[in-house]
Unconditional design. Sequence first.
Length: 598
Amino acid sequence: MFQSFAATTTPTTGAARLQALRAELQARNLAGFLVPRADAHQGETVADCDQRLAWLTGFTGSAGHCAVLADAAAVFVDGRYTLQVRKQVDIEAFTPIDWPATTVAAWLADHLEAGRLAYDPWLHTPREMRAIRKALPAEVALVECDNLIDQIWADRPAPPADPIIIHDISLAGETHQDKRARLADDLQQRGASAAVLSLPASIAWLLNIRGSDVPNTPVPRVFAILHSDHSVDLFNAADRLTDELRAHLGEGVRVHSLDALEDHVAALTGKVAIDMASIPVKVANLLDGCDVLDHEPCALPKARKTEAEIAGARAAHLRDGAAMANFLCWLDAHGPSGTLTEIDIVTQLEGFRRATNQLRDISFETISGAGPNGAIVHYRVTDDSNRTLAPGELMLVDSGGQYPDGTTDVTRTVAVGPVDEAAARAFTLVLKGMIAISTLRWPEGLGGAHIDALARAPLWSAGMDYMHGTGHGVGAYLGVHEGPINLSRRSSVPFEPGMILSNEPGYYREGAFGIRIENLIVVEPPRVPDGGDLPMLSFETLTLAPIDRRLIRPHLLTTSELDWLNAYHARVAAEVGPLVPEEVRTWLERACAPLSAD
């Protein structure tokens, strides 16, 4: 199994670990210490050795922060984790704080008047620390130090150093030599001599390499410097350099140990590009004599998928669609028995994906929320929380796979036996929002902030909403969450042809159920609609999995919404049907049968 169900921490461990950390603060004459959910690369997925926030507090979400002072400690989470944090954390020791309503900087300003506030410069960015410095009184000094959690974490796992593998040109669609030349030429036009890269996904994309140093995201933990002469210095790879990898990288890529990074960065001169939102303070401080340009050169080119990457995404989603059909058929047959647990469901789904013989990893830990657990937006089932699915409940399953040709992410909410009308009505409103995004045509230059409201409007009309973004960018056999695009009210980065993102509105009723419907979509090139005047962008839907008809109230859908749904289901049946066993094909035909408003 790629997914583990062991509960590595419990609320009962937090108080003792907090006490040990405060003893370390006292010994060093420190007023506080910051504990982010981050590694030196600011990745969403981190290796076990970097799970410091989870080890200290018990909170296992993919985003969060903890601030520890002598007499107060707080855990900051966004709306996805409001319910989860209270289940996982000892709230007598750590106060849960709703972020961004209250930022870490604002909380610190209210709780710390003077003293030395320490942080690990490898785990924080210049942008983050500037905001904290600005909020704090002058009597508070920010102090860089080694990581205090590492001093008290007795059995901390060793850092990973798994093999680096080559990502074939047939899947990438562009050689790394051409990528390096294109990006280096752009640096020259900006007047920069180099760019320091700290995001492993950017480096993996640039050099057409992949790895397995962190769970669920196929990247090696490496740093790199891209020079304006097209060459690259690659760090933390020297002991993983095989003859095959050496031949792939060629003479234009020099490979070093991680120890060499600081000297190479310090030797840079002139204008140097870095991403202030992801570069570690430790690395940024080495550029004091340089003219710093806040720019991540790989972000947008990586988001614009090549034709080969789009073709790979289609193939991966078709394969994944067959696994989903097998799974949903199985769940339909066994769910009403009242014997299936959330772990049973995760295990079975991973098994169907493994049966494709192409699965390299899951793209994130499967969210398997039965009944009220579905209302925990990023719920992760453990042996302790494992719940049995009962007849009459909703089952929310959000999952994905990492295949060599693409990354998938799909959510389906399934009825297990009869459900009440309130849940069915909410489901249909969520579906209306998802269809609104799927069918949208819009002019170039608009981003997520311009269209996010379309997904929410049906819910808003009923006095409902959801506390997460409507969608996120997705990589090509890279991170399932990929910047710089997002489908949310806070993102204005324009959508461009070839960008892949999710479309996942939802609705959550605490203590009762969660609803989310998610497809991945890719931006199509602009074209003039029939009878129109202006070229418009549109989406192609990649995900191929039936949407539960039993939860849809057709009278709430417009004719055009029903037409889209029936056409989508016809496509799912036609494309996925030939790939599944006969009994599953029969089930799929029923699941994809047309709906009418009658």
